[in-house]
Design a protein around this ligand. Structure first.
Ligand code: ZN
Length: 73
């Protein structure tokens, strides 16, 4: 389940919330304001960088099976 970070537009309180449905209403736990800005940059960039790094050596390494051409399946 994705956990998103929000900053309340009203009191600038930072809080995290598990978001099941992106349309769901979020409310600041401090002032109960429903206007909060989602903070996606930190989390999504870390995930993107991690997946890009782990994917590259897999596709370029190719030490094991050739992928079907050798008939080893
Ligand atoms: Zn607030």
């Amino acid at each position: 389940m994705p956990i998103y970070e929000y900053i309340c537009d009203n009191c600038k309180n930072e809080f995290e919330k598990i978001v099941i449905n992106k349309q769901q209403e979020i409310a600041c736990p401090k002032c109960a304001s429903k206007k909060a800005t989602i903070q996606l940059s930190v989390f999504s960039s870390a995930v993107a960088a991690g997946s890009a790094k782990s994917f590259t050596p897999q596709s370029s390494g190719g030490g094991g099976c050739c992928g079907g051409g050798c008939g080893c399946h």
